[in-house]
Design a protein around this ligand. Structure first.
Ligand SMILES: [Fe+2]
Length: 588
């Protein structure tokens, strides 16, 4: 969607937008205009062009009926107040406001030089709501996926932002209105349930096609088997293509046999290239299916574009309770094992009727991990997974894992705290880094804190070491809903629980924010940390966004170059760097 400035504006949204733009005191989590007016935020990002009122199109009688029902819900069932964790005037205010697409645009390099071995494209995914029901809720995880891409070649850079053109996005854009409530923030309460029924009516009347999923594709990006994949947990991946001029096109879905969704954090073995992933299966009983997709397999070349599916080797099924489905946002692999979590962060579907987001905490459950031998599959002799109880360990993300000796497996993870307030995310939530050890002989789990006292999330490392012992990690420093800087950690530096692991730290200055860093190995790297850290840096006052290129090897994360971007980049989720060779391998 491009902003042409001609959309009809909804006065309520304009009011929301005006009020939201005035909110700047993020530390107080303001609901409405509690802060000083910040003139620079007077529509700096074109929000009212993005959050648009439905535009009448040539509508059928059935469409008019559904739209009328939608308007009744808005008029009579919309809650008078939303919790901050579901309120768009909070979640989409200030730097979090959705932005328009940006065509490929040359960038100015304001400091230093882009290294000559950094040719490729940095792709960062994140939520960017295009359409919302008036008065409806949204969750921090709910916006339509938008890819921000910085293409670097021969020392120059260009920038482009594009929505991931999911099936849902295309249909809602064509209709000029939201056709479904947001999954985590919009389905709750009476109005949410009513809108689910209206969406069902649209499906029944042929006004909405859900056969290609209803996901937002807003979480991650990965390169696999000649495909750039846009990923989110509630849908299948979408295949992207980066063009010569740095534009980002959405080609089609990456089809998997008998699977309708796939996790957003698949793992790739650095030697075989195989992809390991999981998928929540809604057949009875509801279960997670762990599977492997071979790299360079002939069948894997057929990604669905030719009418078929990729090759998919099932490894394990984990049944889960229908009313408390573990979130399992991430997992890990070692050279011999898959480590799959079953912790207390769950989707509580029953809470939808109580005005809550379904993302919640199961106090009656003891969290556990499964270690599954990677070589097990449905055709071989059954290999039993080993389960470990791990009370109180609840994580969103796992950095990496590896084996030590014959009996030990090490997992590096960020624990969520307090996990029983997870329904308030991103408010009140902090993160702590841990080393979790599994003794496979004794069947016990131990853990120790790393960098105690630091609030760290969104870790990355040199992915050549996936499943292997990893010394260096790079994390964002979490502070009041954003990341204010990055750190480099030495995971091998044993300490007494203090900050002995901290090697280097870089903050980007007062009023600046960043996100997940991206590690890119230097050409001909001589050590694990020989490479670059790419950091998107934004300005809370509406100033320019930038890409900072840091020297990951240097003891101070020295700044190598700063690229000025032509558009604001809101905080987002995960990304990856696709190098020149991989870009050349992209399949049509
Ligand atoms: Fe994630």
């Amino acid at each position: 969607m491009k902003c042409d400035g001609n959309q009809v504006l909804d006065p309520m949204w304009v009011k929301h937008k005006r009020e939201a733009m005035h909110v700047e005191g993020l530390s107080n989590l303001p609901r409405h205009n509690q802060g000083e007016t910040v003139p620079k935020f007077e529509d700096p990002f074109g929000l009212h062009d993005v959050l648009q009122d439905p535009v009448p199109r040539g509508e059928s009688l059935g469409a008019r009926l559904c739209n009328f029902a939608d308007s009744l819900v808005t008029s009579y069932l919309t809650p008078s107040e939303l919790k901050p964790s579901l309120d768009p005037s909070v979640l989409l205010s200030g730097i979090f406001a959705p932005v328009c697409e940006t065509d490929p645009t040359e960038c100015r390099i304001t400091y230093g030089r882009i290294p000559e071995d950094l040719d490729g494209v940095y792709l960062r995914n994140g939520p960017n709501a295009a359409l919302l029901h008036r008065g409806g809720g949204i969750h921090a995880f709910d916006g339509d996926g938008m890819i921000h891409a910085v293409r670097m070649r021969n020392g120059s850079a260009s920038f482009c932002s594009r929505f991931v053109k999911t099936s849902r996005f295309r249909q809602e854009q064509a209709a000029g209105r939201p056709l479904l409530p947001k999954i985590l923030g919009g389905m709750h309460g009476i109005s949410g349930v009513a809108r689910v029924f209206i969406s069902g009516l649209r499906v029944a009347l042929g006004l909405l096609d859900v056969s290609h999923g209803i996901g937002l594709s807003n979480t991650n990006v990965a390169f696999f088997n000649g495909h750039i994949l846009s990923l989110s947990q509630e849908d299948l991946p979408y295949i992207l293509r980066v063009t010569d001029d740095g534009d980002v096109l959405t080609l089609r879905q990456f089809k998997l046999p008998s699977r309708f969704i796939m996790c957003s954090h698949p793992k790739f073995d650095p030697v075989s290239g195989d992809m390991y992933a999981h998928s929540l299966q809604f057949s009875f009983p509801i279960h997670y299916s762990l599977f492997r997709v071979p790299a360079s397999d002939d069948a894997s070349d057929d990604d669905g574009g030719g009418g078929g599916n990729v090759c998919c080797v099932p490894l394990l099924e984990v049944p889960v309770p229908a009313l408390n489905i573990p979130m399992a946002h991430d997992f890990a692999i070692t050279q011999r094992f898959i480590i799959f979590p079953d912790d207390q962060i769950v989707f509580r579907l029953a809470h939808l009727t109580m005005g809550e987001t379904p993302l919640g905490y199961d106090a009656n459950k003891t969290g556990r991990f499964c270690l599954l031998p990677r070589d097990s599959d449905s055709d071989s002799a059954p290999t039993k997974p080993q389960w470990f109880e791990a009370p109180g360990i609840n994580c969103f993300h796992y950095l990496n894992a590896w084996e030590e000796g014959e009996d030990e497996v090490v997992l590096i993870a960020t624990e969520v705290s307090p996990a029983d307030r997870i329904h308030e995310f991103p408010h009140t939530i902090t993160f702590g880094l841990s080393e979790i050890r599994f003794d496979t002989r004794k069947g016990v789990v131990t853990r120790r804190e790393i960098c105690a006292g630091m609030d760290l999330e969104f870790g990355v490392f040199n992915r050549k070491y996936t499943g292997r012992k990893t010394r260096y990690a790079y994390y964002g420093i979490w502070s009041n809903r954003v990341f204010k800087g990055v750190v480099k950690l030495d995971l091998m530096h044993e300490g007494s629980g203090g900050q002995e692991s901290l090697v280097a730290k870089r903050e980007f200055g007062e009023g600046k924010y960043t996100g997940e860093p991206c590690f890119v190995e230097a050409r001909g790297a001589k050590s694990e940390d020989h490479g670059y850290l790419l950091c998107l840096v934004g300005d809370k006052q509406g100033g320019v966004s930038e890409l900072w290129i840091l020297d990951a090897l240097s003891p101070t994360l020295e700044v190598i170059a700063i690229v000025e971007l032509p558009a604001h980049v809101p905080p987002g989720f995960h990304g990856c760097f696709v190098n020149e060779d991989q870009l050349a391998q992209q399949k049509p």
